[in-house]
Design a protein around this ligand. Sequence first.
Ligand code: HEM
Length: 332
Amino acid sequence: MACFTRFAALLSFLALVPLCLSAKTMGGYLYPQFYDHSCPRVQEIVKSVVAKAVAREARTAASLLRLHFHDCFVKGCDASLLLDSTGSIVSEKMSNPNRNSARRFEVLDEIKSALEKECPHTVSCADILALAARDSTVLTGGPSWEVPLGRRDSREASLSGSNNNIPAPNNTFQTILTKFKLQGLDIVDLVALSGSHTIGNSRCTSFRQRLYNQTGNGKPDFTLDQSYAAQLRGRCPRSGGDQNLFFLDFVSPVHFDNSYFKNLLAYKGLLNSDQILVTQNQASMELVKKYAENNELFFEQFAKSMVKMGNVSPLTGSRGEIRKNCRKINSH
Ligand code: HEM
């Protein structure tokens, strides 16, 4: 009997080994209750600062949602994006996708300082980004989800990672899909998460090529509705006006809904990377159709894909640190 018990114990120990190893190598798991004891009001505090910032400027919701994406695609969701340049750090804020574009970092500073008062040295900047992205979605009318928590902050930034991993608006469908796959995300995630472009703005420089010289032959993109293109040319000239702003979803620019997908079916996607979801790949085109027809389905998948993106290579356990100031690594 004793022998059997020992054998059973050995078996259950062996069963646990792979789990422990994977928890160790992968750095452990995120879970929504992570701050329940250490900072029970974290969600309330993040939400109230985000709500005030969005009330002051509606676009803030879009800007914060995008920051979480630009963080997660570079070395994982570790707030590397938030570091400013210092002696050893070259900020990701200088990269092509972020320069003159990524914005509202000061809202994260405001959240961080409120949290440092409430529960010092407890909540990571990476988790603040994940919560602010969820709250921004909800505040603009989108779906809600429980945010798994417990990320820690990196002590490094990667300018090259930011330039290479984040898809560009003129990338091909295959390149964009490959960039998603490198993060463990698939075509369903790509289409659903592109639905973020139901809110927020783009600068003229991000889509000008489509208006004048799509393939180098001096002709506009024929997959862009021509009267919509003419309208866009009004404020996005051949040269100059690079920073002029346009709604990504002209139908309901500050409302999170599925009109982005309806626009794509009408050839009124603003970015090339938006429109190619219906022109370059059959599977993504079918997903666009589904989300255009069924808002609920879009919301459900968006929430799932956001959780999946938020799980990209987090630092957990004793890796990384909890920054005191999201813009700088702690001094030791
Ligand atoms: C699929 C590949 C993607 C490409 C090529 C892309 C590209 C872009 C570009 C070029 C802009 C306009 C930037 C500017 O002109 O300043 C933009 C804005 C935006 N992107 Fe994406 N994006 C992609 C996916 C995503 C994802 C996955 C999310 C979020 C999960 C996202 C959220 C946003 C939001 C909310 C804005 C508006 C930001 C604001 O108004 O401040 N994008 N994106």
